[in-house]
Write a protein of this length. Structure first.
Length: 229
């Protein structure tokens, strides 16, 4: 029998289920062994762990009743950051120190937190682009609505039509370019339609007159000076 016996509730350790390899790397040189206490009532736990030299707490709450029943226990150790599963006050009254591992899983938690931050940031980027794209589409729709009403009134001029064409074709190209960018490599596949819309918009942009031409039309009306023949 080992010189020191360490009791622990039956179940997985903080390494591998049923394997205390990491723990025993430190315990074996000092002639210590770990034995598991089967699940049961507090009295059954005390009966099994009464003469243990130490308690490796995990898997269940360690209450005052259980601590008071430990006759030889010199330390209660946890492999976790917190100690909320142990009645620390009861252990202190009995003169048993309670230890924890404040750096347990610190790298894993940091990696997980960073992954969540990056995932959230990525969603924010996507949502930001979608909202701005929607705003542009709505503004183009308002232009079209106003043009329709001016046509009904018989008051549509070349300048107003040119402003609408310049704005809507330019904004449409920007929106579809953002859409293609959001899809990454899928943005150039016909399966996702964005590249098809992109080609359509280029045709419309040319057919309606590029924004440069529309700008010259509006500029002539504003200044009274024509910049093209």
């Amino acid at each position: 029998m080992a010189k020191f016996r360490i009791a622990t509730p039956r179940g997985a350790s903080f390494t591998t289920a049923g394997d205390y390899g990491y723990e025993l790397e430190a315990l074996t040189p000092i002639d210590a062994e770990i034995f598991e206490v089967p699940a049961g009532s507090e009295d059954e736990f005390v009966s099994a762990a009464r003469d243990a030299d130490a308690l490796y707490a995990k898997g269940r709450p360690i209450t005052k009743r259980m601590i008071d029943g430990l006759q030889r226990c010199k330390i209660i150790a946890l492999g976790s950051v917190g100690v909320d599963s142990v009645d620390v006050e009861a252990a202190t009254q009995k003169g048993i120190p309670v230890t924890n591992c404040p750096d347990t899983f610190i790298d894993e938690v940091a990696d997980h937190a960073m992954t969540l931050i990056l995932a959230t940031f990525r969603r924010l980027i996507v949502q930001d682009k979608l909202v701005k794209m929607l705003a542009e589409v709505c503004s183009m729709q308002l232009y079209c609505l106003r043009l329709g009403r001016l046509i009904e009134e018989g008051s549509l001029t070349d300048t107003i039509a040119a402003i609408a064409k310049m704005n809507n074709t330019r904004k449409a190209r920007q929106v579809v370019a953002e859409s293609r960018d959001l899809l990454g490599g899928n943005g150039i596949l016909l399966d996702f339609h964005v590249i098809r819309h992109m080609a359509d918009i280029e045709a419309l942009h040319t057919y309606e007159g590029t924004e440069t031409i529309q700008t010259l039309i509006v500029g002539r009306d504003i200044t009274g000076v024509g910049a093209f023949a």
